[in-house]
Design a protein around this ligand. Structure first.
Ligand SMILES: *[C@@H]1O[C@H](CO)[C@@H](O)[C@H](O)[C@H]1NC(C)=O
Ligand SMILES: *[C@@H]1O[C@H](CO)[C@@H](O)[C@H](O)[C@H]1NC(C)=O
Ligand SMILES: *[C@@H]1O[C@H](CO)[C@@H](O)[C@H](O)[C@H]1NC(C)=O
Ligand SMILES: [Zn+2]
Length: 491
């Protein structure tokens, strides 16, 4: 790929608005990384990006493709989910490997198989669902040999994925020693269990019972607890899907005190509210069921504000799709509705329309929140998240003047429903280039199974800088042990 005629300054996270001085800028050859060249040779495609933004492809830090969950499997696999992503300007995602009966290696092997049909680049986080010596040893293997640098712990899902504080502390300590980022799903699982019992006793069995059983304070409590425990261990923490003001304020407080905490809102939490859960049609309501739940009106706006002022850092989706047949598993009990919503295809458009068009964030901020910051946190910058010589050729062209419309009839996910059905907005990704290939242009998708590569991620990201100093300071602050003279009392 040849990238010429850019101004001299570099654009680590800066989008490029192509004005009349730079009429034709994207010159493609078959190379998959960006290089400097002054020659336009044969086999070069020229794309006119006049008046449009040329930006690094989006990176979604939070997805679940081909995941077995709640007695079924997500309807989007590594191909259909990624096809949807590419059509929406996302060129990489990081998915969560789920261990097999707690076995990390077996889980990793299963996901390597699932991901063989990938059409775009991807990385893996790993979920930790139980704790013993074998798990602890395997974490080391994952970090040192398999390219995984983050582990997620569940404070919710009592009786299945949930781990208690003692194991959470063990996990945090292990992450710290490996330079891996600890992530948490922060809801108080014991209290959620109690909340569910309460709803059942009250005879509230529909989708609204889902939200009522796990209110924001349970998310706030677990977020605050995880943050304090990570602070106690002195290791960085990444809170996935911050859905409520309660959780966001815990992140804000910790960051203000200097603690290394990352807060990830997801698109559904930013732009939807929970009123739909009271819809009298089960399907209409059930498609919005996810955990933590989409919150009452007001939370989304507050999360947007937190994103724009730096309290929250990047936007994911928690893309975890189930079609209407699968959602029907919970037709008479909200506890059996498979949890999850779509978002891989819609994320870039919705963040642009909600945040940039409204003037809450700049175009540069948009690139940071949808791509660059994710690459930095997961230690793959500047290979990803940037348009620089040597970076992978993952590039999108967004036309701020065209508009998008979301519709389950035309989306690329395999689900028959879409939680953003009917939404229209300004700004459209007109071209997606992944690994140097044009895969989306003129509303035509050319996703090819097997083209996507696994991206290994190194441990010790920038959040670990200074951790040792803080440890040393802590030790000296103890003013201990105190040397005491032993008193011998004569008998
Ligand atoms: C978008 O609209 C602006 C203002 O009308 C104009 O300057 C710009 O050239 C347009 N861009 C495209 C790609 O049409
Ligand atoms: C975990 O799975 C791997 C691969 O399937 C297997 O070789 C290993 O023995 C398992 N470990 C345990 C502790 O069962
Ligand atoms: C949902 O997916 C399942 C499993 O692939 C399939 O059997 C069912 O027909 C799908 N339902 C709809 C409405 O597409
Ligand atoms: Zn998730």
């Amino acid at each position: 790929m040849d990238f010429r005629r850019y101004p001299e300054s570099n654009f680590c996270s800066t989008p490029i608005k192509i004005g009349s001085l730079f009429p034709i800028v994207v010159l493609l050859s078959l190379l998959s990384t960006l290089s400097e060249s002054n020659q336009v040779g044969d086999g070069v495609t020229i794309i006119d990006a006049t008046g449009k933004y040329v930006m690094p492809g989006g990176i979604d830090p939070h997805t679940h493709l081909a995941m077995e969950f709640m007695g079924t499997e997500t309807i989007d696999d590594f191909f259909s989910g990624q096809a949807a992503a590419l059509a929406g300007g996302t060129t990489m995602h990081i998915d969560f490997v789920i261990p097999v009966n707690g076995n990390l290696t077996a889980g990793f092997e299963a996901y390597v198989e699932k991901a063989k049909i990938s059409a775009m680049d991807y990385g893996f986080h790993m979920a930790i669902t139980k704790w013993d010596e074998a798990v602890s040893k395997d974490m080391e293997v994952m970090v040192k040999d398999k390219g995984i640098n983050s582990f997620k712990f569940f404070m919710a899902y009592k009786g299945s994925l949930m781990i208690n504080d003692d194991l959470l502390l063990e996990g945090f300590k292990k992450c710290k020693s490996l330079g891996a980022l600890a992530m948490v799903h922060a809801e108080n699982g014991d209290a959620v269990f109690e909340g569910q019992k309460r709803m059942i006793e009250l005879g509230i069995m529909g989708p609204e019972g889902h939200a009522l059983s796990r209110p924001p304070q349970l998310e706030g409590e677990a977020t605050g607890r995880a943050i304090r425990l990570a602070g106690f261990v002195n290791t960085p923490l990444y809170v996935v899907h911050v859905m409520s003001i309660d959780a966001m304020e815990e992140v804000a407080k910790a960051r203000k005190s200097g603690q290394k905490v990352i807060g990830e809102p997801v698109v559904s939490g930013l732009v939807l509210d929970d009123t739909v859960l009271w819809d009298s049609d089960f399907q209409t309501a059930a498609k919005f069921v996810m955990s933590p739940p989409i919150r009452a009106p007001g939370h989304g706006k507050a999360l947007q504000a937190a994103l724009s002022n730096g309290v929250l850092q990047l936007v994911g989706t928690d893309h975890c799709t189930f079609n209407s047949t699968q959602k029907s598993l919970g037709i008479d009990d909200f506890r059996k509705i498979p949890n999850g919503v779509n978002g891989l295809e819609e994320r870039m458009h919705l963040v642009w329309d909600t945040m940039v068009v409204s003037g809450q964030i700049s175009v540069t901020d948009f690139v940071r929140m949808t791509s660059t910051e994710c690459a930095r946190i997961f230690n793959i910058y500047p290979r990803k998240g940037a348009i620089l010589v040597g970076s992978d050729a993952d590039i999108i062209i967004l036309n701020p003047n065209s508009s998008f419309e979301i519709c389950s009839k035309s989306h690329h996910s395999r689900s028959d429903t879409n939680v953003y059905e009917g939404r229209k907005g300004k700004g459209k990704v007109e071209v997606t280039i992944a690994g140097g290939r044009v895969v989306w242009e003129n509303d035509e998708l050319k996703a090819v199974p097997g083209r996507g590569k696994y991206v290994k991620m190194r441990p010790f990201n920038y959040l670990f800088d200074g951790i040792e100093k803080a440890d040393a300071e802590y030790l000296s602050s103890l003013r201990a042990p105190v040397i005491r003279r032993t008193m011998h009392v004569a008998a």
